[in-house]
Design a protein around this ligand. Structure first.
Ligand SMILES: Nc1nc2c(ncn2[C@@H]2O[C@H](COP(=O)(O)OP(=O)(O)OP(=O)(O)O)[C@@H](O)[C@H]2O)c(=O)[nH]1
Ligand SMILES: [Mg+2]
Ligand SMILES: [Zn+2]
Length: 307
């Protein structure tokens, strides 16, 4: 039977079967071995499950459309967080905490490198002192082509638009602690009363399972990924040479540099840096590109040292 992984944790997988039933399942031997070596079955995975006597066994994982992975280049520490994600919702607050442009750009790179749509939600716009920052963020990121929503989870401003954005497919919410992610979810789904610490769930068989990641169904039809590990993001295995393509505003200039392989950091006749000089690329974005490139390069060098 076809199904979708809705929760995982402690070796138990909650599978939402095609007929709407939710069942606990375990992995078949081969998949269990793969999971141990890092190739895990995660929320969002589409699977084939079979009923063996009285328990469900996951026989196969279908190819993923997209995946958000924390990995090292070719290393064994591949760790998928969520599969088949349709969009990454990057959440920041206009103020309290003050938005960190580097975190925003890192998360956007995560989405770009996974080939997943990204939207930026700026919350807490009810706090007047954050108004200028919210507008500045909207200016910078909408110019690049990202959808930017200015919202207040507290007052409900923009909540409808946010709801409409996540009512199809799988959305993953990411952003620093305290920006209001849980409040946003509550604003669009009051009955859910998402508790951040809630990691236990009563399964169909009446057993309590500790789950570490869940896909939360919204009444409007979408699914929200609730997974730990989104707040501390590195470059997540993006190869330095692939990084520039993860900055959409760089794309028109790629391939136009003097050198075919150009880091855009110091080479002469670099089309990206020329665009920067002409104000077509924001200095803040370029600075974060530089940081991420250096980090990715160091990670790659370390990887090579190990192999
Ligand atoms: N003024 C204002 N405060 C808000 C708003 N949304 C959330 N808050 C406050 O911000 C704080 C953090 O909100 P949470 O929803 O817990 O933040 P979170 O992003 O889920 O944080 P973590 O679970 O730690 O990652 C709470 O004290 C909320 O009351 C808003 O729209 N306006
Ligand atoms: Mg929360
Ligand atoms: Zn260049």
């Amino acid at each position: 039977v076809r199904g979708q992984i809705r929760a995982t944790g402690g070796g138990v997988y909650v599978v939402h079967l095609r007929d709407g039933q939710e069942v606990d399942a375990s992995l078949r031997g081969r998949l269990k071995l793969q999971a141990r070596s890092g190739d895990q079955v995660v929320i969002g995975d589409e699977v084939e499950a079979v009923l063996v006597e009285d328990h469900w066994v996951i026989e196969e994982v279908l190819p993923r459309r997209t995946e958000i992975v924390r990995s090292r280049f070719g290393g064994r520490t591949v760790k998928a967080l969520v599969a088949n994600v349709d969009r990454l919702v990057v959440v920041v607050a206009a103020i309290k905490p003050k938005p960190n442009r580097e975190i925003i750009d890192r998360l956007l790179v995560v989405a770009e490198s996974a080939g997943v749509e990204a939207i930026l939600v700026v919350n807490k716009i009810d706090l007047r002192r954050g108004a200028a920052t919210a507008e500045e963020l909207e200016g910078v990121y909408s110019a690049i082509g990202y959808r930017v929503l200015l919202v207040s989870a507290e007052e409900g401003t923009g909540a409808d638009e946010f709801r409409r954005s996540v009512c199809s497919g799988i959305s993953a919410l990411a952003g620093p602690s305290g920006v209001g992610k849980s409040h946003l979810v509550n604003a669009i789904e009051p009955t859910l009363a998402l508790r951040t610490g809630e990691l236990s769930r009563k399964t169909a068989r009446g057993r309590h399972t500790t789950v570490s990641s869940r896909l939360i169904p919204l009444s409007c039809g979408g699914l929200l990924a609730d997974t730990p590990g989104f707040s501390d993001v590195g470059v997540w295995g993006v190869h330095p040479e692939k990084l520039s393509a993860c900055f959409p505003e760089f794309r028109p200039f790629l391939g136009k540099c003097h050198f075919r392989v150009c880091s855009h950091l110091h080479e002469p006749e670099c089309a990206v840096r020329e665009a920067l000089g002409q104000g077509e690329i924001s200095a803040g974005r370029f600075e974060n590109y530089t940081k991420l490139w250096t980090e990715a390069e160091e990670l790659l060098a370390r990887e090579r040292g190990h192999t």
